[in-house]
Ligand binder design. Structure first.
Ligand SMILES: CC(C)(COP(=O)(O)OP(=O)(O)OC[C@H]1O[C@@H](n2cnc3c(N)ncnc32)[C@H](O)[C@@H]1OP(=O)(O)O)[C@@H](O)C(=O)NCCC(=O)NCCS
Length: 189
């Protein structure tokens, strides 16, 4: 079975992937674009993965201040029983130029460490690239996102509406020179 990015806007067909085994159970998941009916289950996964501190994050301030959700580019992971076990959301924001803002990313604790988190990010980023855009910005662990090509934003180049560890502010260029004019406060597009 194929590994790596599994869904593009061109194909728009969900593909199944087998992500190894957790506690003796084979994990098969399907990555799909986010739909309204996933909403409640996504909330449950976010609560379970982040705990009560999830709304205190500076990234939440970006999202609640008018970032535009991009459900077609966002990805939800469904297990064999069609239950939501992971999510990677994409938003449209502006910082000099329009860029995508990635997050929250979360995998149900029972399904973690099987490759699903990286698969969700790879697929969402592939969808952003296929749609066309300058780049993707996020707040997260450089060690986790580096294999997909994210790197630390040069200090002082971008500002968020709240405190952020500069070593956790990451970006990825989608188009050639796409990030050249991306700078300043991340705000609604
Ligand atoms: C972060 C998270 C989405 C990762 O999902 P996952 O399915 O467990 O991740 P993967 O199995 O794809 O991990 C891929 C690699 O990243 C590593 N990794 C996992 N979580 C990591 C983290 N928080 N920081 C750094 N590396 C991490 C894994 O060990 C693995 O490395 P390996 O290939 O060398 O073994 C998941 O742990 C989660 O939901 N955490 C709580 C919410 C959160 O912190 N979200 C991220 C905010 S940016």
């Amino acid at each position: 079975m194929r590994r790596g990015p599994v869904l593009t806007l061109r194909s728009a067909r969900p593909k199944r992937r087998r992500l190894g085994s957790i506690w003796g159970h084979d994990l098969a998941t399907t990555l799909v674009a986010e739909k309204p009916e996933h909403h409640d289950a996504i909330e449950r996964v976010l609560d379970a993965a982040f705990g009560p501190g999830r709304f205190a994050k500076t990234s939440e301030r970006v999202r609640e201040r008018g970032a535009i959700p991009e459900p077609i580019l966002s990805r939800v992971a469904l297990d064999d029983a069609k239950q939501v076990v992971g999510v990677c959301r994409i938003w449209r924001v502006k910082a000099g130029e329009v860029v995508y803002f990635l997050g929250p990313l979360a995998v149900d604790p029972a399904a973690q460490l099987a490759g699903l988190g990286l698969a969700l990010v790879r697929d969402a980023v592939a969808a952003c690239r296929a749609k066309g855009g300058n780049g993707v910005v996020l707040v997260g662990s450089e060690r986790f996102f580096k294999p997909i090509g994210f790197s630390v934003v040069p200090e002082g180049r971008l500002r968020l509406p709240g405190a952020v560890d500069p070593g956790r502010l990451l970006w990825l260029e989608l188009a050639r020179n796409g990030l050249n004019n991306v700078q300043g406060e991340i705000s609604p597009p």
